[in-house]
Design a protein around this ligand. Structure first.
Ligand code: BGP
Length: 476
């Protein structure tokens, strides 16, 4: 028996660009996700220079939720969802990002979607920017390198806050804003900030500058949102998983601590309203000379978030290197090693349910804010046999994580307000662009080559998760 709070937000999570399709429908503009090709386990997604003929862009059609939303929402209701996390595709509202007036057809789509959800008792949980900024802002302005992005983003935020002020209560500003702290991974900088680093640029400086503009934009959005509706709950959203030290060697411990600091400083700023000491010092030592104004610092202080949303998939193990730098910063991947005590998914992600409880404790001690797990799940290959999908591996993964959530709440006193497992309906993988890296409880008939009927089928995990929700987590 696991006790969850009475109003616990059991739900499911997706993002507009990974499931809506309709990439040009009703005036939608081209987003950064629209210029990313399909990859797979071995092949990285490529970022093309605009839309090229003969390339496979999996997000263009995705699972075509745009044209199936009514039937899909009916299925979500049958699954028992109390909350549904998605994003508003920025390019449906401002196709290029720098227009004076929003696109009414795009606004209407989300009105219709939110009405449909609310009529079924499903609470929308909305991310403003989930890896899908307008591509025009990249080609014309250089993405988040440019301070002008703050104005474009806050305008977008104001328009949707105003429009949906009576339909949406839970918001998040930037999805996994901290991914780009792994700046050597070009996917992260592009999806977070619309940046492809030029040969003469210092990638680390570029990353910190873009991140700064984003935390300022986030803080301004929080203030704008609270002015429009004081009941709004506006959260930060980070990808979080513990970085364990590889051994008791104090150098490994220090390395792991710094890895956590590098990964979580965004939450420090968004929750506490100021940069942590180590990072202020780091900026000085590295002589980045960032554009951070005194007004920005006031904005950060005034725009702190109401809760912390986070994704949790895996934990990591880090090891100090022989010629460790005095600041212990993690600049590349050679410091991360596999964890011999854990199994990994088919994509090499370490499966660590206890790490989730650890993280919930760590975050509670550090921030004392309500926590919301807005992504979690197992990407796996599924097999359809006679129209059925027996995904017991997925049920096991989710069950083990929910058990740890229950312990965190009941034994450790963590204030956890909800759980929206990722990709509860199969969708395009953000990292690889695959369809066959599936997270869903609802199967969608489409493969990596983009072929399939788009038919939806219930996996075994569908009935299981429905039972979890209807018993409020008592029957796992
Ligand atoms: C997070 C993103 C999601 C999502 C998920 C799973 O990084 O917020 O958009 O896709 O991870 O990752 P992937 O799709 O690469 O398996």
């Amino acid at each position: 028996m696991s006790t969850f709070p009475k109003d616990f937000l059991w739900g499911g999570a997706v993002a507009a660009h990974q499931f809506e399709g309709g990439w040009q429908a009703d005036g939608k503009g081209v987003s950064i996700a629209d210029v990313m090709t399909a990859g797979d386990n071995q092949t990285k997604r490529r970022i093309t220079d605009g839309i090229l003929p003969d390339e496979n862009y999996p997000n263009h059609e995705a699972i075509d939720f745009y044209h199936h939303y009514k039937e899909d929402v009916a299925l979500f209701a049958e699954l028992g969802l109390k909350a549904f996390r998605t994003s508003i595709a920025w390019t449906r509202i401002f196709p290029n990002g720098d227009e004076d007036e929003p696109n009414e057809a795009g606004l209407q789509f989300y009105d219709d979607l939110f009405d449909e959800l609310l009529s079924k008792g499903i609470e929308p949980v909305i991310t403003l920017s989930h890896f899908e900024m307008p591509y025009h802002l990249v080609t014309e302005y250089g993405g988040w390198r440019n301070r002008k992005m703050i104005d474009f983003f806050t305008k977008f935020a104001s328009v949707v806050f105003q429009r949906y002020r009576n339909k949406v209560k839970y918001w998040m500003t930037f999805n996994e804003i901290n991914n780009q702290s792994a700046m050597m991974n070009e996917w992260s900088l592009f999806t977070n900030s619309g940046i492809v680093v030029k040969p003469d640029e210092d990638v680390e400086r570029v990353m910190y500058q873009a991140s700064h503009y984003e935390v300022v934009a986030s803080a301004l959005a929080v203030q704008i949102g609270h002015d429009i509706n004081p009941n709004f709950q506006i959260g930060a959203m980070l990808a979080l998983g513990p970085a364990y030290p590889a051994s008791p060697d104090p150098k490994d411990i220090m390395k792991a601590e710094r890895a956590m600091q590098v990964n979580t400083w965004y939450a420090d700023v968004q929750i506490k309203g100021r940069y942590p000491a180590w990072l202020r010092q780091y900026f000085k030592q590295r002589q980045f000379d960032l554009d951070i104004t005194l007004t920005d610092l006031d904005v950060l202080q005034a725009g702190t978030v109401d809760y912390l949303g986070f994704s949790y998939y895996a934990s990591h193990v880090v090891q100090a290197v022989a010629d460790e730098r005095v600041d212990f910063t993690t600049r590349d991947e050679k410091t991360e090693i596999p964890n011999p005590t854990l199994a990994a998914s088919d994509w090499g992600w370490m499966i660590d349910p206890i790490g989730l409880r650890y993280m919930l404790n760590w975050l509670t001690d550090r921030y004392e804010l309500p926590l919301f797990i807005v992504e979690n799940g197992l990407g796996a290959f599924d097999k359809v046999e006679d129209g059925q999908i027996h995904d017991d591996y997925r049920i096991d993964y989710l069950r083990q994580h929910i058990e740890q959530m229950a312990l965190a709440i009941n034994v450790d006193g963590v204030n956890l307000i909800g759980y929206t497992p990722w990709g509860f309906i199969d969708l395009v993988s953000a990292g690889t662009g695959q369809m066959d890296k599936r997270y869903g409880m609802i199967y969608v008939d489409k493969n990596d080559a983009g072929e399939g009927s788009l038919k939806r089928l219930k996996k075994d995990s569908f009935a299981w998760f429905n039972q979890v929700i209807t018993t409020n987590g008592d029957n796992l």
